[in-house]
Design a protein around this ligand. Structure first.
Ligand code: GLC
Length: 554
């Protein structure tokens, strides 16, 4: 395959609101990020993805954009953004921004004009429709955040479509003028020196026409959006246009937030002629989804192996996934993937190593490198995340008690990963001198960057070792381009695979709280990474300690 700079990227996601507050208002900002660029360089990452910092009412924490050409004053100024891009560049880190164009904010000038003016030229930028003659809503679709997708357009009889929050009206991708606006905006940002985009919620732009009802699938009498999307032609035509007109001519990197797990469709998205360069592998995240958070199944080591190996196989040698264990929409990976009660440092390191050595771009979400854990959520009064509020309601509507619905929120709330970054053990973990917008996790005295920087055994130091192995000239080619071959796949709670290229590397994690023996494929040349002091190898057998993780040159 043709080699690209980003194949060897090691990415880090920054959620600006919670990364570092330089101004003391309790909200992270761009100057805060600039002040921490040396920390990121020292970690070794070379690609930064910034979640939105555009002007926004923050109904969905910035994923509701009211101006695509600016920076929200709470986050800083455009000059700060330019500086952030330049200063990152000086440290060998490229920057990608979030492209959020399935919807904008209802406070965006386009939508505001529609509200004010019945003849607004922007009316056709949105999906604005009439009620049915019998007064019923146009369709029975349930929004991603719960409740109907339809909302009255001001005090008119019309309704507008929003597949997410009601403050996020969907943009009408059938409209070529609107699509041109998106293209112009992409180019404007690329001209400012960014390397590309993480592309938000993009599969949602491909609606099924004509709008109609789909089978009811919940006690709210509504129908989940997948039913509608499954009947659509998909977003392919629009994405091909964007790729050919906006991204490709500029060599922009594109990483799509696309929830595709069907191996047959991977090529269409990220094959040689795919819409994007990469998409996230969300197979682990999606595992066990049912009707709501209350009945989502906990993933086991065996399930996780199936997810990962399935997608690695689907990617083959032509497609490049972006690999994650968490992001700003998920609970912390260590809580999600490790069994309850077994969230130890060894387990956290194993989890890190297992996904890091896969084929694809490893993305680290802020704080993951410290082993940050889920927030402590008491009641719904503590919850800020709009998706959690919707999910709680869905669970209650399904007949669950407050306590049962809260159990789902505590496990899956997006607030879990949005608590402020834990920099040190001073008040508010050194994140702000003010009142943080979301409480700091009380474990910050133990889990924080300052304590880990100096400690060779810390999570942070372990991540640094993983990153330097990926960059090591001797092994980089194998780790970036080599094949992923599952190893002893049937052996329970052993998560092992080989990466084969110029070299053969064996990656193995003992995904359980007790020792286990593993047969080695050949006499090991050397142990490259180990989260224990020793690798107990006797003949062709290695005895792995609880949650031991090793990378061995075979
Ligand atoms: C994506 C974002 C998420 C947001 C949603 C709507 O899934 O990652 O945070 O709520 O899109 O924009």
């Amino acid at each position: 395959m043709e080699r690209q700079w980003w194949h060897g990227a090691i990415a880090y996601q920054i959620y600006p609101k919670s990364f570092m507050d330089s101004g003391g208002d309790g909200i992270g900002d761009l100057r805060g990020i600039i002040g921490k660029l040396d920390y990121l360089r020292d970690l070794g990452v070379n690609l930064l993805w910034l979640s939105p910092a555009y002007p926004s009412p923050l109904a969905d924490e910035g994923y509701d954009i009211s101006d695509y050409y600016g920076v929200d004053p709470r986050f800083g100024t455009l000059a700060d953004m330019d500086e952030l891009i330049a200063e990152s560049g000086k440290r060998g880190m490229k920057v990608i921004l979030d492209l959020v164009v399935n919807h904008c904010s209802d406070e965006h000038e386009w939508f505001q004009d529609v509200l004010r003016n019945p003849d607004s030229p922007y009316r056709d930028y949105f999906y604005i429709v009439d009620k049915r003659p019998d007064g019923k809503l146009p369709t029975n679709w349930r929004s991603h955040f719960g409740g109907s997708v339809w909302e009255p357009l001001g005090d008119t009889d019309k309704l507008y479509l929003h597949v997410f929050h009601k403050k996020q009206p969907d943009l009408n991708w059938q409209n070529p003028t609107m699509r041109e606006e998106v293209r112009k905006n992409i180019e404007w940002w690329l001209d400012r020196g960014i390397a590309g985009f993480r592309i938000d919620a993009i599969a949602n732009i491909g609606k099924a026409f004509p709008f109609r009802d789909y089978p009811v699938d919940g006690p709210d009498g509504l129908s989940g959006l997948d039913n509608m999307f499954d009947s659509s032609d998909g977003p392919g035509a629009y994405l091909t246009e964007l790729r050919d007109k906006a991204f490709k001519p500029r060599g922009a990197l594109t990483v799509g937030e696309v929830f595709v797990t069907d191996p047959e469709h991977i090529d269409e998205w990220i094959g040689p002629d795919g819409y994007f360069n990469s998409i996230f592998d969300f197979s682990g995240t999606l595992f066990g989804n049912n009707t709501g958070w209350h009945d989502k199944k906990k993933i086991t080591a065996e399930d996780y192996k199936d997810c990962v190996f399935g997608m690695q196989e689907a990617a083959g040698e032509n497609c490049f996934f972006s690999n994650i264990i968490e992001n700003h929409d998920e609970s912390r990976g260590v809580n999600y993937y490790l069994p309850d009660g077994e969230i130890t440092d060894a387990g956290k390191k194993m989890l890190a190593g297992l996904y890091f050595m896969l084929r694809g771009i490893p993305f680290i979400y802020q704080g993951q490198e410290l082993g940050m854990e889920n927030a402590v959520i008491g009641s719904m009064d503590d919850v800020k995340d709009c998706a959690s509020i919707g999910a709680y309601k869905i669970s209650r509507d399904a007949g669950l008690s407050d306590e049962e619905a809260m159990a789902g929120v505590r496990r899956f709330s997006r607030d879990n990963a949005r608590t402020p970054m834990q920099w040190d053990d001073t008040p508010n973990a050194g994140f702000t001198t003010g009142e943080p917008w979301l409480p700091v996790n009380p474990n910050y005295k133990k889990i924080n960057a300052a304590a880990q920087i100096a400690d060779e055994d810390s999570m942070l130091s372990f991540y640094k070792r993983l990153i330097s192995l990926r960059k090591n000239a001797e092994y980089a080619d194998t780790l970036v381009y080599g094949k992923t071959e599952p190893y002893l796949r049937e052996q329970k709670n052993l998560f092992a695979y080989k990466r084969t290229g110029d070299k053969t590397l064996l990656i193995a994690g003992n995904f359980q709280n007790k020792p286990q023996d593993m047969r080695l494929p050949s006499a090991p040349k050397r142990v490259l990474i180990n989260n224990y002091d020793e690798a107990a190898i006797t003949g062709d057998t290695m005895r792995l300690s609880p949650y031991q993780f090793v990378v061995i040159e075979a």
